[in-house]
Design a protein around this ligand. Structure first.
Ligand code: SF4
Length: 512
C-alpha cells in the first residue's frame, strides 16, 4: 500500500476509535480529496483527468459504490465524487479506485487539482486540435512534481481545444487555448484567473506557447507559486491575489525568469486520434419509427462531430449530476454497446457519449427513456438540470441548499419554457449551459463565469435567518477577444419567493 494510503488508514482507524477528531483527520484526508460531509459521512473525490474515463472504469466505480454505499456525483471540474461514504468504507474505496488506475493524489487541499478539458476536444468539427493527449501527458508529468502537492493554495489547470472556451481558460490558474501557428500546435496561455472570493479573469501571459513546452510552462508556474504564494493568509493565497499584489508587468517578468530556468522535459505528444479507429465499430440501428419526443431531444442532446454526418456525440443530462451504482453501470454499458469505449464528463455535470452512429440514435433514445426511466437523462424537465454546487446540505461551509434553489427555478422554467418551439429550445440551452447557482460566495458552481449567475447568501430578518440570492449577468468574450465575468446586478439580493420571476426575466433578456 502507498505511504499516503497507510497514513490515511491509520488516521481513519483513529477516527473510528474516537482517538482522532475530524479536525485532526482533515490534514491527512483533504489533500487526497476526502472530506467529511455535514451528515458525518464522507465525500471521496476521484480525479478523472479531463473528465475522460473508460466505460470499464465506470463499472469499477459502480462496484466500489456497491461495497461502500453512497452515490456518484459528477462535478463541474469533471471529477467523480463518491458521496455518503461511511467512514468505515473510505479507505477501501480509495484502495479499490487506485487498483482501477484512479489514484488519490491532489484531489483536494493545497494541491494541483484535476485538469479540466473542453469535452468536445477532438470531436467537434471546429476543434483546432485535440488537446486530450496534452492533458494526459501534462498530468503524468505533474503527478511527479512534489511541490505541486505542497502549494500555498490549490492550483487549477485547464486545456481547451477551441476559442469558444476562451472564457473557461481565462478563469483557471493556468489556462491553455489551442491554436496552430505556421503549422505548429501550441497554446495561448492565461494565468492567475479564478472564481471565488474576488473572482477575476487571468492575465494573457504568452501569446503562443509551442505544444511541447506545456509541461515546462506548468512546472515554472508551480515553482513560482510555491516560492511566492501567501502561506500566512489562506484567503489571499490563490494565485490571482499574488498577481494583484505584484501587478501584471512584475508578475510576467518573474514568470519568464522561472520559465527560463525550469528544466522540465519538453514533451512530444503523439497525436492519438481516438475517434477514427472506432468509427467502423459503431453500432448501427434499424430504421424504426422514432419514439415521441425523439426529434426534440435530437436538437439539444445530439451534436455534430468532425467524423462526418453519420457520427454524432450524445449528451446525457444527469439530474443534479447524481447517479447511483446501478445507473452508473447502465450508462457505461450503453456507451460501450453503442461503440464508445470511453465517455467524457462535462463541466455541466452531464456525460457525453462521444461517438454514436446516427442510425442508432432512435434506439438509444428509446432505451434511455425506458431502461433508465427513473432518471431524466433526456431532459424532460429542468429539474436537476440547472448547474449548482453541492450546496449546504452536503458542504460544511455552505450557506444555502443551492440544488433546492435550482428546483424552485426549474418549476418556473418548466411552466414557461417547455421545449416545444425553436425559440424555447434556445432558452433551454441557455438554462442548461449558462445558468449557474452557488450556495455561497465561494462560487464552486462557477456562477461568475456563467451568462446568468446566482450567488446565495443568508441574511437576518427579525429573528430569522433567511436565504437570499444575488444575481449576476454579462459574462462572455468581446469581439476583441477580451474576456469578462458576469457582474452583480444593481439592487439588493432578492428573497427566494421573488427569485424565479427575476430569473425568468433575465433568461428572456439574455437570450435576446
Ligand atoms: S459554493 Fe459554497 S456551498 Fe457551494 S460547494 Fe462551494 S463552498 Fe459549498
Amino acid at each position: 500500500m502507498k505511504k499516503t494510503y497507510i497514513e490515511l488508514k491509520e488516521a481513519f482507524e483513529g477516527f473510528l476509535a474516537g482517538a482522532i477528531t475530524p479536525e485532526a483527520l482533515k490534514p491527512v484526508a483533504a489533500p487526497l480529496g476526502i472530506y467529511q460531509q455535514r451528515d458525518g459521512n464522507f465525500m471521496v473525490r476521484v480525479r478523472i483527468n479531463g473528465g475522460e474515463i473508460a466505460c470499464e472504469k465506470l463499472v469499477g466505480l459502480a462496484g466500489i459504490l456497491d461495497a461502500a454505499g453512497g452515490h456518484a456525483h459528477l462535478t463541474s471540474r469533471q471529477d467523480i465524487q463518491l458521496h455518503d461514504v461511511p467512514a468505515a468504507h473510505v479507505v477501501d474505496a480509495v484502495v479499490a479506485s487506485d487498483r482501477l488506475g484512479l489514484p488519490f493524489k491532489g484531489g483536494g487541499g493545497n494541491t494541483y487539482r484535476n485538469i479540466a478539458v473542453g469535452s468536445d476536444s477532438g470531436l467537434a468539427p471546429d476543434t483546432v486540435f485535440d488537446v486530450y493527449p496534452y492533458a494526459h501527458a501534462l498530468n503524468r508529468a505533474m503527478q511527479r512534481v512534489e511541490k505541486a502537492f505542497a502549494l500555498p493554495r490549490k492550483l487549477k489547470i485547464g486545456l481547451f481545444a477551441n476559442e469558444r472556451d476562451r472564457l473557461r481558460a481565462a478563469v483557471q490558474d493556468l489556462g491553455f487555448v489551442a491554436q496552430i501557428r505556421d503549422g505548429v500546435e501550441g497554446f495561448t496561455v492565461f494565468v492567475a484567473g479564478g472564481l471565488g472570493r474576488e473572482s477575476s479573469v487571468g492575465l494573457e501571459l504568452i501569446g503562443f506557447l509551442p505544444g511541447p513546452q506545456i509541461v515546462r510552462a506548468a512546472v515554472a508556474l508551480t515553482e513560482l507559486f510555491y516560492d511566492h504564494g501567501d502561506r500566512a493568509n489562506r484567503h489571499q493565497a490563490r494565485l490571482r491575489f499574488l498577481l494583484k499584489r505584484m501587478g501584471a508587468e512584475a508578475f510576467q517578468r518573474l514568470y519568464l525568469e522561472y520559465f527560463a530556468r525550469t528544466a522540465a522535459p519538453v514533451i512530444h505528444v503523439q497525436a492519438e486520434d481516438q475517434g477514427s479507429p472506432l468509427i467502423q465499430g459503431l453500432k448501427r440501428g434499424r430504421t424504426a419509427k422514432p419514439v415521441a419526443g425523439f426529434e426534440m431531444w435530437k436538437h439539444f442532446a445530439v451534436s455534430p462531430t468532425r467524423f462526418g454526418d453519420t457520427v454524432k456525440s450524445v449528451r446525457l443530462f444527469v439530474p443534479y449530476g447524481n447517479l447511483d451504482a446501478g445507473q452508473l453501470r447502465m450508462v457505461a454499458a450503453l456507451a460501450a454497446e453503442y461503440g464508445s469505449p470511453f465517455v467524457r464528463l462535462l463541466a455541466s455535470q452531464d456525460i457525453l457519449i462521444p461517438l454514436v452512429h446516427i442510425s442508432a440514435l432512435p434506439g438509444l433514445y428509446k432505451r434511455l427513456r425506458q431502461e433508465l426511466a427513473e432518471i431524466d437523462l433526456t431532459f424532460t424537465s429542468y429539474k436537476g438540470h440547472i448547474v449548482t454546487c453541492v450546496g449546504a446540505s452536503v458542504c460544511k461551509i455552505g450557506m444555502a441548499d443551492s440544488p433546492a434553489v435550482a428546483d424552485l427555478i426549474a418549476v418556473a422554467l418548466d411552466r414557461h419554457l417547455p421545449p416545444d418551439t425553436p425559440e424555447k429550445l434556445r432558452l433551454l440551452k441557455l438554462a442548461a449551459d449558462d445558468l449557474r447557482i452557488s450556495g455561497c460566495p465561494n462560487s464552486c458552481a462557477g456562477h461568475p463565469a456563467a451568462k446568468i449567475g446566482i450567488e446565495c447568501l443568508k441574511r437576518r430578518e427579525g429573528d430569522e435567518i433567511k436565504t437570499f440570492a444575488a444575481l449576476f449577468a454579462g459574462a462572455g468574450v468581446g469581439a476583441d477577444g477580451k474576456v469578462r465575468l458576469s457582474e452583480r446586478l444593481p439592487g439588493e439580493p432578492v428573497r427566494l419567493e421573488h427569485l424565479t420571476q427575476k430569473v425568468l426575466e433575465l433568461v428572456l433578456q439574455v437570450a435576446q
